[in-house]
Design a binder for this molecule. Structure first.
Ligand code: FES
Ligand code: FES
Length: 224
């Protein structure tokens, strides 16, 4: 370094004094802060660049999608990496679909895609173009009456805190569309992807069997 030179071409001698150690620490900390700021700035600029690329459509992905949700066609601006749960909840206001784990473990986000139960937190919205999506908001009858599964869950005191209930209902509706008269074991298997932290599993299972016995209105959802 230039200031290490004593004018005769020799470096100034270094002494390991408390003052010099304090200076070194200060320089080290300054360096860390400076490099952190540089990394942060780079990340910020990278994010901005990513946004502008996506907004400019340079990736070649059409962002304005038409989705068939609960029997209606909805037009929505969807990022390439956006999950269906995010689109439903935060772009379309369909907050009946819950987000629990957000990684395909709890089933709180279950919706129907072409009548089959799926975790919407693990489904890219771009992948469901042209498919019929049904959320909990779409299972009511034509005049707003409760679906047989919803009524059965009330009758069997299924919901405790209620957070898992929309997902439980969607799985049950999917099951009964495919198999209107399941055995209890088949119903248990079909509902096994929906966790309930309140432990109301038997109540939900009783409700599925009660709805199967009722057997009415099971195919009258708006999204079907
Ligand atoms: S939120 Fe989707 S499986 Fe848990
Ligand atoms: S009713 Fe509370 S998590 Fe299922």
């Amino acid at each position: 370094m230039a200031d290490d030179n004593d004018g005769r071409g020799y470096p100034e001698p270094r002494f390991d004094t408390p003052a010099s150690r304090a200076t070194s620490r200060r320089q080290f900390i300054k360096g860390v802060i400076a490099s952190g700021a540089a990394v942060g700035s780079a990340g910020y600029l990278f994010t901005l660049a990513g946004c502008s690329r996506e907004q400019g459509g340079a990736r070649g992905i059409e962002r304005m999608l038409q989705l068939k949700i609960n029997g209606q066609v909805r037009t929505v601006d969807v990022l390439p990496h956006e999950t269906l749960a995010m689109t439903l909840r935060y772009k379309l206001g369909l907050t009946g679909t819950k987000l629990g784990c957000d990684r395909g473990e709890c089933g709180a986000c279950t919706v129907l895609i072409d009548d089959v139960a799926h975790y919407s937190c693990s489904t890219l919205t771009h992948a469901v173009r042209g498919r019929a999506i049904t959320t909990i908001e779409g299972v009511e009858g034509p005049n707003g009456e409760l679906h047989a599964v919803q009524q059965a869950m009330i009758d069997e005191l299924g919901p405790q805190c209620g957070f898992c209930t929309p997902g439980q209902i969607m799985s049950a509706v999917s099951l009964l569309k495919a198999n209107p008269k399941p055995t209890r074991e088949q119903a248990r298997h079909a509902m096994s992807g929906n966790l309930c932290r309140c432990g109301a599993y038997d109540h939900y299972l009783n409700a599925v069997m009660r709805a199967a016995d009722a057997g009415d209105r099971l195919s009258e959802t708006r999204g079907a």
